[in-house]
Structures are given as structure tokens and as C-alpha cells.
Write a protein that binds this ligand. Structure first.
Ligand code: PLP
Length: 361
């Protein structure tokens, strides 16, 4: 028997066991090459197939038109905080940002180093307990783009309705909810994702850019910082994080086999319903920290009646095999991260544990 815990880590997060096992089977001899994926050239036909399949699957699963480039880059989502304004915020122009938490704030701070930033909405003075309704977003008509974080990993909020930004490019950090639900992804001019929550291991960042935005990217940037470089070379300008892209490809194949985002969404809906049901049925004990309309399907955040009980919860949960439940160090409390790799059965087991813990305490 392999020892595996119930993994609720906020990212890097759990990967489906069968994918780890497939990677293990293929680790030493990738498809008859006598080499690991980590050892073959990124210019070999084998890697070319991995890269092309991952792009095609991403397009197919998200329902993206052919007018999008899908790039596999290094640097993490955090690098995109700077690369986006470097590529799309010319001197003298204004960008717009929606501030819904720590990651939005980091993106804003980087953009401010490059150029002008207009804050279109902020829930900072409400401790980031909610996201805006589209009508609350103040978008200057001359903004060169508007940036938002679709899921706020630390605060446990998520956008369920996106603004119609007309001709202004909509840019989203979807690091913690990509491919977790159906969306009209074609509304976005740029989507970026650190894959280590829903799609694979840390090390690769996916950047999806629509051609009309790519066309107006700055031309005078250092080569590696230019999205045009990576788009022109299909992510092979330099050595990409090959092993991480390979795992992403396996995860995307699994999503396709499961029935695409419709099937994934069904499971994710059931998972978050079960956890929020425990919270709503025990409001004297599990205190949800965000407004119900803004609740995240991926990260459910809560406080218990005391910090001692929170510590006890984390300790007893760990002893029962449930790991990764401690809230982010900046906010405390408990956070249940239930990304795509977490099964409904595991969430049901955790919900049962939560109910028993409440009764006992
Ligand atoms: C929403 C969001 N954006 C950005 C990041 C940063 O990603 P990376 O560590 O890949 O730079 C994270 C990491 O948790 C995140 O949750």
C-alpha cells in the first residue's frame, strides 16, 4: 500500500495519483527513447509532441479560438506581474487594476514601478472579504488594459461574474482557478497561470494571449521579457521547464477524458457545496470569513472560536491524515483548498471530520 494523505495544500497542491504513477512508469524510459523526459532535447520530436499536445489540449479544454497563443514559460505567475505592464503599459498611458487581495496587490505594486495605475475597485478596507460586482468597477475609458485576480487564494474569494470591458483588454491572473469551471475564456485578452494548483507541478507558467493584444506589445524589451519572443518561437526560444509541461499535458488529457470542464465543474461544485454546508450549518463554530456571494470554490476560509481550537483542529486533522489546512500566515484561521486534484470523496471525508471535531469541542 502506498502511503498518501488527504492533501488540501494551497499550492503546490495534490496531483492525481494515476498521473504520478504514469510519470513514474515513464520516468526512466520515455516512450522507447531510453531517456527520461528530463533528459531529452527540448528540440526533439518527443518534446515537440508534448509541447504541441499541451497547447492543443489547453485550447480545446478552454474552448479558445485560434486567435490565441498558449505559452509555457518559466518565472512563475509573479513574473507576469511585471511582464504584463512591461509589454502593455506604455509611458504616459494608464492601466486599471482590481484589488481583491494579496496577489492583486503584488501585481499592482509591480505595475506601479512601470507606469500609471488606476485602482478600479479595492476591498482592502473590508479586509478583502469580497469581490466587486461588475457595476462597482470604475474603468477609465482610456485604460490600456484592466487586470483582475479571478480567485483570491489567500482570502478565499472568487469572481463569479466578470465585467464587460468593451474594447479594453481584460487580463486575468487565474493561477488558482484555471480549468475548474466553465467560463467564456474568449472574453479575456490575456490569462496567466502558475500551474501548481490545478494543472501540474510548480515550474511552468501558462500565458494565454489573444493575437490582437500580442500585436501591440512593446518591441523594445529585453528579449526574454517580451511575450512576442516566446510566441514567435512557440515557447521554445530558450529551454522550457520540460518536465512540468509534460505533467501539465497528462493533467489536461485527464480533464479531457473526464468530460472536459463541464464534468470538472460538476465535481468542484459538489465539493464546495459540501464544505460551505458544514460552515453554514455550524455558524457558531466554523465562521466563514468572506461574504457568501464572493465565496471561492477553490479555497474555503474560516475561523474557529479561538486560536487554540484552530491549532487543535490542524493538529488533529493531520493525525487523521488531512494536511494543508492551516490558513495563510498573513490571515490565520483555517483554509480548505480543494483544487481539481482533490476528489469529492476526500472532501466528504474532511467534511465528516469537521463535523465530528465540532461535536467534540
Ligand atoms: C492567485 C495567485 N497569483 C499568483 C501567485 C504566485 O504564483 P507563483 O508562485 O507561480 O509566482 C499565486 C500563488 O499562490 C496565486 O495564488
Amino acid at each position: 500500500m502506498i502511503h498518501r494523505v488527504y492533501n488540501f495544500n494551497p499550492g503546490p497542491a495534490t496531483l492525481p495519483l494515476e498521473i504520478l504513477q504514469q510519470a513514474q512508469r515513464e520516468l526512466l524510459d520515455y516512450r522507447g527513447t531510453g531517456m527520461s523526459v528530463m533528459e531529452i532535447s527540448h528540440r526533439s520530436p518527443e518534446y515537440e509532441e508534448i509541447n504541441n499536445s499541451a497547447v492543443a489540449l489547453m485550447r480545446e479544454i478552454l474552448g479558445l479560438g485560434n486567435n490565441y497563443k498558449v505559452l509555457f514559460l518559466g518565472g512563475g505567475a509573479s513574473s507576469q506581474f511585471a511582464l504584463i505592464p512591461m509589454n502593455f503599459l506604455p509611458a504616459g498611458k494608464t492601466s486599471a487594476y482590481i484589488d481583491t487581495g494579496a496577489w492583486s496587490d503584488k501585481a499592482i505594486k509591480e505595475a506601479q514601478k512601470i507606469g500609471k495605475v488606476h485602482i478600479s475597485f479595492s476591498s482592502k478596507d473590508q479586509n478583502y472579504t469580497r469581490v466587486p460586482k461588475p457595476s462597482e468597477i470604475d474603468l477609465p475609458s482610456d485604460a490600456v488594459y484592466i487586470h483582475l485576480t479571478s480567485n483570491n487564494t489567500i482570502f478565499g474569494t472568487q469572481l463569479h461574474e466578470f465585467p464587460d470591458t468593451g474594447n479594453i483588454p481584460l487580463i486575468a491572473d487565474m493561477s488558482s482557478d484555471i480549468a475548474s469551471r466553465r467560463l467564456d475564456f474568449n472574453r479575456f485578452s490575456l490569462i496567466y497561470v502558475g500551474v501548481q494548483k490545478n494543472l501540474g507541478p510548480a515550474g511552468v507558467t501558462i500565458v494565454i494571449i489573444r493575437d490582437d493584444l500580442l500585436a501591440i506589445a512593446a518591441d523594445d524589451l529585453p528579449t526574454m521579457f517580451s511575450y512576442k519572443t516566446h510566441a514567435a518561437k512557440s515557447s521554445l526560444f530558450n529551454t522550457p521547464p520540460v518536465f512540468a509541461v509534460y505533467i501539465v499535458k497528462l493533467v489536461l488529457e485527464r480533464i479531457k477524458k473526464q468530460g472536459g470542464l463541464e464534468a470538472v465543474e460538476k465535481v468542484n461544485f459538489a465539493k464546495k457545496e459540501r464544505i460551505y454546508q458544514v460552515i453554514d450549518n455550524n455558524t457558531d463554530f466554523f465562521r466563514g470569513t468572506v461574504e457568501p456571494d464572493s465565496r471561492s470554490w477553490m479555497n474555503a476560509t474560516m475561523r474557529l472560536p479561538s486560536e487554540e481550537l484552530e491549532k487543535k483542529f490542524v493538529t488533529e486533522a493531520k493525525a487523521a491524515g488531512f494536511v494543508g489546512l492551516k490558513g495563510h500566515r498573513s490571515v490565520g484561521g483555517i483554509r480548505v483548498s480543494m483544487y481539481n486534484g482533490v476528489s469529492l470523496e476526500d472532501v466528504e471525508k474532511l467534511a465528516g471530520f469537521m463535523e465530528r471535531f465540532k461535536k467534540a469541542n
